[in-house]
Write a new protein. Structure first.
Length: 191
């Protein structure tokens, strides 16, 4: 989105056949300018999360675990940082990017991805990248129960965010503590 309007979209491939993207999933991904229909970046590995930020197009080359940027006037993107996971979900907080990272869940879709062929241990995590240096300056790892992250958002001023909003009618039935989380079930619904 840019100025409240759709600006860029990602696609796994340029094809007119059902699941045709799978034939070249390791390098057939593209980014498309919505207004012109022009393909602005090719040769991506399952691109995700295009974002217009600070006058530049930022995106994830997911299958390579890379945060990339395309600056105005450039025809080739720059790799800002390579991260230890399949990258999906991108937001910005000041001079930092938050990037969602996932494990490779199965080989049918994700097999043959460059990120899975290296010696790097992959993580399900949220990485913090300093946009000035391109360095990963922090990582929040999920070591159990989670394998995938689809998107990330920064919620300023929120503490101990839960999956439910405070005004959701189901939230009084949720109990959480640092070591556990439970849903209470009314007695008449338990059967």
């Amino acid at each position: 989105m840019a100025a409240g309007q759709p600006k860029f979209v990602s696609a796994l491939g340029e094809t007119n056949s059902a699941e045709g993207w799978r034939e070249n999933k390791a390098g057939g991904g593209v980014l498309i300018d919505v207004a012109t229909g022009e393909t602005v970046v090719r040769d991506l590995c399952m691109p995700h999360s295009p974002r217009w930020h600070d006058g530049m197009l930022w995106f994830l080359d997911s299958g390579r675990g890379q945060l990339c940027v395309l600056q105005a006037g450039d025809t080739k993107p720059t790799v800002v940082c390579t991260l230890p996971g399949y990258a999906r979900g991108l937001c910005f907080v000041g001079m930092h990017a938050l990037v969602g990272l996932s494990l490779i869940r199965e080989t049918n879709t994700f097999g043959g991805m460059p990120i899975g062929e290296g010696n790097t241990q992959l993580h399900c995590a949220v990485a913090v990248v300093d946009l000035r240096t391109g360095q990963m300056t922090g990582i929040l790892k999920f070591t159990s129960a989670f394998e995938e992250i689809y998107d990330v958002q920064f919620l300023p001023g929120a503490q101990r965010c839960m999956l439910l909003r405070p005004d959701d009618p189901h939230s009084p039935h949720a109990i959480s503590a640092p070591d556990f989380g439970y849903w209470m079930t009314p007695r008449d619904a338990a059967d």
